[in-house]
Design a protein around this ligand. Structure first.
Ligand code: PMP
Length: 424
């Protein structure tokens, strides 16, 4: 029973590793999940933007099974294998921009971000890193330092590394313009650290954990210009936005810019732990041999899955599908906003990164985290896996598999509407 397992879990696990719902999974397929009590759920979370190709995609499953028959681990930095090389060749070719690319493979998103900082510092010989308010970059000490959201990620965990500075992220809905944000960035060079000591600026093209706010195209272009002007590297964190999620393979393609370094994780390997840093070849080669790596970095099973994910994205045209899925969600959400204008402050999407911001009295400045929490709990209880996010804790985020069937979207949205109604 879910209840019994949750009791055992709470005794065995430290409370810090909390779970959103006492739903213990038995099996999953596509965008459907069944728990150990046989109850079925529509999945609007896809393992937090990991299963872009859905649970147990047949191609990914077959590739992993075939790899398992051969070997499951050697340690790539000891005795490598072809799958990792083929995957990295593809990543280098796919990364936006014309400059020749090189990559490294690691295991988690935080590790990819952390390695970007290592590479940027080795290349520039500078210490400073600029990140944004509301950003999320991981749970290691460096990536916590970069993260611009205290609760729950940083509470009690400091001190964080030096020479990290935060700047307001543009946010039209909350009244922060691109100009304001760029002014704040420039003020850092006056008030905190000279531009010539800044190694990199790190930015999410759509803030994920922060609340699904999109960086306007002109903002990313302005960051590129400022970086070029001062010899600063631009790191684009595509961990949540990548792999077709926003309707492009990588989200910063919308801005037509080239990153110096890009992170990738989550959707890269259909649920197997894998992450990458892809960057301009001369920058990537700054650290000395042996300076980068890890025991599980580029696991052969994850690489086999990663190659199958790329095949599936291409064959099933999942970038286009992400747009279609996003449109379908937005039809439902726009209607919901019209029905509940006092509660639904904003609905927005970029492809299949879709969000609904909940407020009180229709006022952008009165966030409604209580309703957000109650709604996701009610939805899960009613058979819909739903996530929340946002610096104010008042955003429901929808991150479905890009392969999700339209009738499952309709079914899930009907559950969402019923759940909302029942709470009012
Ligand atoms: N960067 C971004 C933008 C993310 O969304 C996440 C995960 N939510 C991370 C970094 C950290 O990834 P991981 O949990 O795999 O360490």
């Amino acid at each position: 029973m879910n209840k019994t397992l949750q009791e055992r879990k709470e005794i065995a696990f430290a409370r810090g590793q909390a779970n959103a719902a006492a739903v213990y999974v038995d099996r999953a397929q596509g965008s459907e999940v069944w728990d150990i009590e046989g109850k079925r759920y529509v999945d609007f979370g896809a393992g937090i933007a990991v299963l872009n190709t859905g649970h147990n995609h047949p191609k990914v499953k077959a590739a992993v099974q075939a790899q398992l028959e051969k070997f499951s681990h050697t340690c790539f930095v000891l005795t490598p294998y072809e799958g990792a090389v083929s995957l990295v060749e593809k990543l280098n070719a796919m990364a936006p921009g014309n400059t020749p690319k090189k990559s490294i493979l690691v295991t988690t998103g935080a590790e990819a971000v952390e390695n970007c900082v290592k590479i940027a510092r080795a290349y520039t010989g500078r210490p400073g890193i600029i990140a944004f308010n509301g950003s999320f970059h991981g749970r290691t000490n460096m990536t916590m330092g970069l993260t611009g959201k205290v609760n729950p990620y940083k509470v009690g965990f400091g001190p964080f590394p030096n020479d990290i500075f935060h700047v307001a992220y543009p946010n039209a809905y909350h009244g922060i313009s691109v100009e304001q944000s760029i002014e704040e960035l420039k003020a850092r060079f006056v008030c905190d650290i000279e531009a010539s000591r800044v190694a990199a600026i790190i930015v999410e093209p759509v803030q994920g954990e922060g609340g699904f706010y999109r960086a306007p195209v002109e903002f990313l272009q302005a960051l590129r210009e400022i970086c070029d002007q001062h010899g600063i590297l631009l790191i684009v964190d595509e961990i949540q936005t990548g792999y077709g999620r926003t309707g492009k393979m990588f989200c910063h393609e919308y801005a037509g810019i080239e990153a110096d370094l890009m992170t990738s994780a989550k959707g890269i390997a259909g649920g197997f732990p894998l992450a990458a840093v892809v960057g301009k070849a001369d920058i990537m080669d700054a650290p000395i041999p042996g300076g980068l790596g890890g025991t599980y970095a580029g696991s052969p099973i994850a690489c086999a899955a990663g190659l199958a994910v790329l095949d599936a994205i291409e064959e099933e045209q999942l970038c286009n599908r992400a747009l279609k899925v996003g449109e379908t969600f937005m039809e439902h959400l726009t209607a919901l906003k019209a029905e509940y204008p006092d509660l639904v402050g904003d609905v927005r999407n970029l492809g299949s990164m879709i969000a609904m911001e909940l407020v009180k009295d229709g006022d952008v400045n009165k966030p409604n985290p209580e309703l957000t929490k109650a709604l996701s709990a009610k939805a899960i209880e009613s058979g819909l896996i739903l996530l929340s996010c946002g610096v104010r804790g008042n955003v429901i985020r929808f991150l479905p598999a890009l392969t999700i069937e339209i009738d499952l979207i309709d079914e899930g949205m009907a559950i969402l509407k019923r759940s909302l109604k029942s709470l009012l």
